[in-house]
Design a protein around this ligand. Sequence first.
Ligand code: ATP
Length: 265
Amino acid sequence: MTSPSATPAPEAAVEARDLTRRYGGRAAVDALTFQVRPGVVTGFLGPNGAGKSTTMRLLLGLERPDAGEALINGRPYAELSRPLAEVGAMLEAKAFHKGRTARKHLLCLAQSQGLPATRVDEVLDLVGLADVADRRAGGFSLGMAQRLGIAAALLGDPRIVILDEPVNGLDPEGILWIRTLIKRLAAEGRTVLVSSHLMNEMAVTADHLLVIGRGRLLADCSTAEFIRRHTDPDVYAATPEVARPALLEEAFMRLTADSVQYAAA
Ligand SMILES: Nc1ncnc2c1ncn2[C@@H]1O[C@H](COP(=O)(O)OP(=O)(O)OP(=O)(O)O)[C@@H](O)[C@H]1O
């Protein structure tokens, strides 16, 4: 039998090390250090302006850190040889050329990354857009645009998926669809990092939480542990276990109350 110490710790798929990004002298992301593990859904939470989107942009090489490192499979995004095959992301649902059809949009992306064109129809099927694949994406509803964004993120069949507010503005059916997909991606062993403002949604989707406020890490633990630690003990004790996910919002408010800030323009 192999002793646990003989097994090297797997390299974190997504990692921030002392990650810092400043705008005009103010730190939007402030010495953040965390790892995101495969096989579970990690929720990325924080009040408005906490630095979630900036952190995701840093991880995806869309911005450069002022200090520290943002790593995908141990390397900065810019050093990945086939980025879409390693990490898929949706930061903004409507990030496509409005005059292009959904299929054309995905084909262009596939070609630019050396991915097989056959993958385009696979992801269109996966997200339920096969029937509207030849319609111009500019006419898509928000729900359809979100699905197209997710199709683009999954084009390279990446082991890492990063989604910024994927359920924003969706109807209940769209929310349920994304929730089911996100859980399946994690169950397949992928690393899934998802930001959201919708606490009820995170409570039923995320296994693990990273919570930030003013660019700093406030919590890094399982969702159940987060609720236990940050809920009033009497309320926690009086709430049956099945109902405890509903306490996430209160726990989040208690933890982040001091971190809500609105910087003067
Ligand atoms: N390009 C930029 N130039 C100047 N300031 C910026 C820029 N991008 C972000 N910021 C500032 O950095 C801080 C963090 O913003 P960020 O969008 O990362 O937060 P967030 O947690 O994603 O917020 P939200 O939940 O509102 O989307 C905010 O104070 C924001 O105003």
